[in-house]
Structures are given as C-alpha cells and as structure tokens.
Design a protein around this ligand. Sequence first.
Ligand code: PLP
Length: 364
Amino acid sequence: MAVYVPGHIAEIKPYVPGKPIEELERELGIKNSVKLASNENPLGASPAAIKAITESLSVLHRYPDGGGFFLTKKIGAMLGVDPECVVLGNGSDDVIGMLTGALLEPGDEAVMACQSFLMYEIMVKARGAFPVYVPLNADLSLDLEGMLEKINEKTRMVFITNPNNPTGAWIEKNDLDSFLAKLPENILVIMDEAYVEFVSKDRQFTTAAKEYIDSGRLVALRTFSKAYGLAGLRIGYGVMSKELALVLHRIRQPFNASIPAQAGALAALDDKDFLDKSVNLIQTELEFLYEKIGEMGLKYHRSQANFFLIELGRDAYEIFNLMLREGVIIRAMASYGFPTCIRVNAGTRPENEKFIEALKKVLK
Ligand SMILES: *Cc1c(COP(=O)(O)O)cnc(C)c1O
C-alpha cells in the first residue's frame, strides 16, 4: 500500500465480531441455527419500538434531530439528570470513540482490565495513547486496587465495565465508592453499563445518576443493544457532566443518531413490560443453564449479565467449530484471554436446550 499509515494505527488488531447468522448458515449449509454469541436479546425487540421505527421511515428523506431533543429529555427524566448531560451515540461504541478522541493525546495512558471489552483498547490505540492492563482477580472480579496502582501522571482515564464483559462480574456500590474516593480527581472514570439492566434488583445501582455525574469525574455508558434488543439499530448514550458533554459535541458527528434509532429508542423506553419480560427470561434461563452445565461436571462463572463463561478445560476454539456444525453459534474467548472458555448468552428455553444437547454431543 502506498499510503502512509502511522505506526500506532498499523499495530491495531481489528475487532472480530461474531459472524452474522445468515453468513454462517450459507457457509456451513445449515438452517435454523441458534446464535448465543453476541449477547443479543433472544426475544427480539419491543413490538412498540418496531412500530415506531416503521412509522419513522416516512421522514427518512430528512436529517435527524442532531440534538436528540426528545430522546435526551426522556433519558434525563428516567435517570434524574439534565438532558444536557446525555450524549447520544451510534451505539455506545461511538461514545467511547468520542471520549477517547476528545480527551487522549499521543503518549497518554488509559487503565483497563486485561479481560474486558476489546473496543477500549482499539480506540485508545487509535489515538496513539497506551492501554495499561490490570489482570483480573482470581475469582474473575475486577481488581480495583490493582487499577489504582497503575495510575501515574500520564493516566487520563480508567475503563470499568459493570457488569464486566466477558466475565459477568459485578462491582458493588460500596466498592466503587471507595475506589472513587482513592482515585485522583483529574482522572476520568468511564463506567460501561451495557448490561446493567440484567443485574439482580437487590444489588443493582447505576452511575448514570446525579450523585456521580455532577462530580464531573465519571461517564456512564448505556446502550439499547442488549436488554432492549436493538443491537442492529445502533443507539447508545453516555451520561456525563454538562461541561464534558459540550466537549464531546465539538467532535461528535452531527447526525450520529438516525431518525429510526431515535424513534425506536424512545418507544423502547416506554415499553417497560418488554424490558421486564426480557430481563426475567434471561435471569430464569441463566439458572437453567447453570444447572445443566453443572450436571455435565463443567465449571462455570455465575454472571450478573445476560451471558456467562464456561470453562471447558481444553481448546475452546475447537469446540466452537464443532458446535457450529451442530448449528449453535457461541463465542470462543481466546481473543479475550480465556483460551479454554466459551461465552454463551442465555437464549429462549428451546435455544438453550439445543445448546446443551449440542455441547453434550461434541464433548463426548
Ligand atoms: C455490547 C457492549 C456494548 C454495546 O455496544 P453498542 O455500540 O452500544 O452496541 C458496550 N460495551 C460492552 C462491554 C458491550 O459488551
């Protein structure tokens, strides 16, 4: 290639997403496969959201509301923060891009867990900045003390995923609060809460709340891709101080939340029944899967998200390939640093049964 590519870009390993179901079925010549690989909602999306999206298509020749007036207002009201604190994104990935794009300079450092969402690393490197990795604790929880130890004068931000992907581990409010008390005030904490809706009600809290946001030290990331079942629509948001929101608006693409995305997200927020039904299904089905996996004598990690890790004690990529041939798509976790683990999200009962039957067969 003749074009000059800066070294810090050339060294980025591209994100490898789970393959679309249609593509795999075509490649393998199979039908009716089950995808439990990308933490998507097995019930689909809220019918009310789909209706709103369909209706929004009549104005598709117009540009969207670049300020997201109604959606930021509704999100603000839901969380008890001003609408000006909410920055919409083309998925929450987009907000991660804005934060790293606006706040990092070459040579800066961003602290993150060794095993967490791969997009943090990619977007930090894209700025010529450096990810600084902290291993997980032995029980796969995030090592907050370890993160504090990595802070130095080059550190600009810390990424915390709660619940964590891919482990499903959850940080309790007390532990987060004492972490924040010890963290230097000038370091931004990016709390990725992509799966927060699935956390059991007695333990759940969100940092997308006034008490955290007003300090200006913390950004909470939320998405419609998981519990709301709108991954294909691409809509997420960050909640932050008004000052920081104004900084992101300087570099934000002006129309990064499409008309269907804003319409669908608005309707999804109103459909509380669908959200509750989705969360209840996931919680029930995870218990079912834990039981079946336990009966097979495999080790697994209980999770506060909609997925969990299973320890196979052997090369997981091989099992992933054999499972594909059974029509079940799961995630082998080598790229996340767990070469002997698979990550599986809870599906519907028939999907989960098919997964269990297939896993029994290929492990024989
Ligand atoms: C799925 C996921 C997201 C959501 O990304 P979107 O761009 O909103 O689809 C963000 N963070 C983590 C940790 C995730 O697993």
